[in-house]
Design a protein around this ligand. Structure first.
Ligand SMILES: *[C@@H]1O[C@H](CO)[C@@H](O)[C@H](O)[C@H]1NC(C)=O
Ligand SMILES: *[C@@H]1O[C@H](CO)[C@@H](O)[C@H](O)[C@H]1NC(C)=O
Ligand SMILES: *[C@@H]1O[C@H](CO)[C@@H](O)[C@H](O)[C@H]1NC(C)=O
Ligand SMILES: *[C@@H]1O[C@H](CO)[C@@H](O)[C@H](O)[C@H]1NC(C)=O
Ligand SMILES: *[C@@H]1O[C@H](CO)[C@@H](O)[C@H](O)[C@H]1NC(C)=O
Length: 289
């Protein structure tokens, strides 16, 4: 596993961001909005972000808010479903440090690592499904044989994992599994949504991601489609940890996230922290193994 390298872009507006992505190669991808923060907003943001890692519990999802209108800042973090608490917290700390350095004076930002995602915005994101921006990551060193047959097995596995993840309850919406494809090639895959989504929204987020397989992953021996509200990944070999049953409960009485005020009178937006960058923006990345 190595650093991602940018292959091509659909939007020229991203060029300056790309050079930043290369300068901080640890993010798989990141975006900043072009809305400039006030100093009050920045203070609220830094206070909020500094509390995220320690407040995130074993389920790896946390949302919070800080500050008064109009400088309220919202944050959301999600760790990959199989990541242990200490690695999850470390990933969030790194995301906070790196993302605030990459988007120092922007109101909204999103960044993805292997192990976690960090988003912050002046809009509440809780419970709102977002498929934008999307990034693709793939293995450029190796292709599978008999791709059409392999893809059928992959899609079937991912649809099964999508249904399992979506049914996962309010603490964790995550599933992993494997299947055997043509020519004795295996498929190992995981799928995950932020657990604040409804079962339907999780399912439709992952459906959209799975529909991107032809664009993302044609013939590739490994690939990922990563969105703000959901992601999946597949490889030929195992790459995830088994989660003990006790850590994967169905519904729990109270979610471990702090409750945040819903913005009143505002229309839920399907856009993300990087909304200002436009509609569906795809950043294609190559994962060098
Ligand atoms: C960014 O994250 C990496 C780990 O992924 C860490 O080594 C590095 O120190 C971070 N950079 C900053 C500026 O915090
Ligand atoms: C977020 O900030 C932008 C730019 O300043 C502003 O146009 C928008 O109304 C703000 N959104 C909310 C929910 O406050
Ligand atoms: C894998 O397949 C893609 C799509 O057909 C092709 O562009 C790429 O060069 C192939 N890569 C390898 C390593 O064979
Ligand atoms: C592959 O899936 C089977 C059940 O479908 C399971 O028993 C096995 O542990 C899985 N292997 C890995 C490495 O996850
Ligand atoms: C900021 O983003 C908005 C919305 O996408 C766009 O209309 C505007 O031109 C951008 N401003 C700059 C300075 O890039």
């Amino acid at each position: 596993m190595g650093f991602p390298r940018t292959l091509f872009l659909h939007h020229l507006v991203l060029i300056s961001l790309v050079s930043l992505t290369i300068a901080q190669p640890n993010f798989l991808g990141h975006f900043c909005s072009n809305y400039t923060s006030t100093s009050a907003y920045k203070t609220n943001r830094d206070t909020l972000l500094s509390s995220l890692a320690s407040n995130t519990d074993q389920y790896g999802f946390y949302t919070s808010a800080a500050g008064k209108n109009p400088d309220t800042v919202y944050a959301l973090v999600l760790c990959r479903g199989d990541v242990k608490l200490d690695a999850c917290r470390e990933c969030i700390s790194n995301s906070v440090a790196n993302l605030t350095q990459l988007c120092p004076d922007k109101k909204e930002a999103i960044g993805w690592y292997d192990n976690c995602m960090l988003r912050y915005s002046n809009k509440s994101m809780k419970g709102i499904m977002s498929g934008d921006p999307t990034i693709f990551v793939w293995n450029d060193k190796k292709n599978v044989t008999s791709w059409e047959k392999y893809k059928d097995v992959l899609e079937k596995l991912l649809e099964n994992l999508r249904d399992k993840a979506a049914a996962g309850g309010s603490l964790r919406k995550y599933a992993s599994g494997n299947a055997t494809g043509p020519d004795a090639q295996n498929v190992y895959a995981l799928a995950q949504c932020t657990p604040d989504l409804s079962e339907n929204d999780c399912s439709s987020c992952l459906k959209g991601a799975i529909d991107d397989i032809p664009q993302c992953c044609d013939e590739r021996a490994g690939g990922r489609v990563i969105r703000p509200s959901c992601h999946f990944r597949y490889e030929l070999t195992p790459f995830f940890a088994e989660i003990p049953g006790s850590l994967a409960p169905a519904e729990a009485p109270s979610p471990p996230t702090s409750s945040i005020p819903s913005p009143t009178g505002s229309t839920p937006s399907p856009l993300t922290g990087a909304a200002a960058l436009g509609n569906l923006i795809m950043l294609a990345l190559v994962l060098m193994l």
